[in-house]
Design a protein around this ligand. Structure first.
Ligand code: ASC
Length: 153
């Protein structure tokens, strides 16, 4: 392999393995970013849920595609909860996020364990029974965080 190509591939591999981290010019940008990430996550998570719950037909290719998006989106919101992004306009985020950081981080990790560790591989397997078995715990991990940290609207 040509050295230049090898270097380019190595850079690409690093870029994919390091968690995304955007620099936000202002708090509103971070808030919009994390809300958008959750919107994308919920949309594709919802499709997997509809398949798991028999509301729509199971389609293995669609489930795989949704799982790819879920796998990325589930990693995105967290770095957009930085200092100062609790202020300003009303958002869905409760102030407890910044007061109970360890607990919030734990909830985020629990979600990623259930989603990245279990649901995503199950959805990619093409086996509906695996999808059914892992969707409930994943949804529960969403709810656990919402109960403590999302503003009721
Ligand atoms: C979804 C969605 C959520 C979670 C939550 C699970 O599909 O949009 O926020 O699941 O309802 O309890």
């Amino acid at each position: 392999m040509k050295p230049m190509l090898r270097a380019a591939l190595a850079t690409a591999a690093v870029a994919l393995s390091v968690p995304a981290s955007a620099q936000f010019a202002k708090a509103e940008d971070a808030i919009k970013y994390r809300q958008s990430a959750f919107t994308v996550l919920a949309q594709h998570f919802g499709t997997l849920g509809a398949m798991a719950n028999g509301k729509i037909a199971h389609d293995a290719d669609q489930a795989r595609a949704d799982a790819e998006v879920v796998a990325l989106a589930a990693t995105l919101p967290w770095h957009a909860f930085g200092e100062g992004t609790d202020k300003g306009r009303e958002t869905g985020a409760r102030p407890e996020i910044w007061k109970e950081q360890d607990k919030f981080k734990q909830r985020a990790e629990d979600m990623q364990t259930a989603v990245l560790g279990k649901l995503v591989p199950a959805a990619k397997s093409g086996d509906l029974e695996q999808l059914k078995a892992t969707f409930g715990p994943a949804a529960q991990s969403c709810k656990a965080c919402h109960d403590d940290f999302r503003r009721r609207r």
